[in-house]
Design a protein around this ligand. Structure first.
Ligand code: GAR
Length: 203
């Protein structure tokens, strides 16, 4: 049997999406293995989850580096030891430079908790609620040099109920994320995505 393509997953927090990806891989629903999990924040739950699953993990704290360039050089140095098919941003909270992005052409995938191009940035769920949107959702996209602007792989929507609190909406958004993120990664690692300008064709 040929070796599965490898993923490197970058995290910063709870790692519930990391968990969903690990679970999909363990269940055979995702034909990829997780070669390395890297957090830019020490002590986060995502690192504990990786440890529990016996997946190699590393903390590269961005504060330990004088600038973005040196932080990203450290990231690239570690990622490249794995030679991954894809670099997955699962709640990673640092903006990546064009140099980093060009190092992994069409290989970086991000999940965002809103229907892009609506509500980009760090607080997609709260923004949708505060704006009074009636519908929101989840977007999985390739990463380009803008913030949350890359070609869209999958999107799923959900209605925002009249009385919904932020916590309730967050929970529903997360449940959607945990479904579509592994599915989008599976499409990528099995070669079923073709980028054509802004459009991503699913073959
Ligand atoms: C997820 O909801 C993800 O969509 C969001 O961070 C959360 C991480 O949760 N990402 C962004 O807002 C990116 N702009 P997790 O650590 O439990 O996977």
């Amino acid at each position: 049997m040929s070796e599965l393509p490898k993923l490197v997953i970058l995290v910063s927090g709870s790692g519930s999406n990391l968990q969903a990806i690990m679970d999909a891989s363990a269940a055979g629903d995702l034909e990829a293995s997780i070669g390395l999990v890297i957090s830019n924040r020490p002590g986060v739950k995502a690192l504990q989850r990786a440890e529990q699953a016996h997946i190699p993990q590393l903390c590269i704290p961005h504060q330990d580096y004088p600038d973005r360039e040196s932080f990203e050089a450290a990231l690239i140095g570690s990622i490249d030891t794995i030679q991954p098919k894809a670099v997955i941003l699962a709640g990673f909270d640092r903006l990546l430079s064009p140099t980093f992005i060009r190092h992994y052409p069409q290989q970086i995938i991000n999940i965002h908790p809103a229907l892009l191009p609506a509500f980009p940035g760090m607080h997609g769920v709260k923004q949708a609620l505060d704006y009074g949107a009636k519908v929101t959702g989840v977007t999985v996209h390739f990463v380009d040099e803008g913030m949350d602007t890359g070609p869209i792989i999958l999107q799923t929507s959900l209605p925002i109920e009249e009385q919904a609190t932020e916590a309730q909406l967050l929970e529903r958004v997360h449940a959607l994320e945990h479904r579509i993120f592994p599915a989008a990664i599976q499409l990528m690692v099995t070669g079923r995505l073709q980028i054509d300008g802004r459009r991503v064709h699913i073959l």
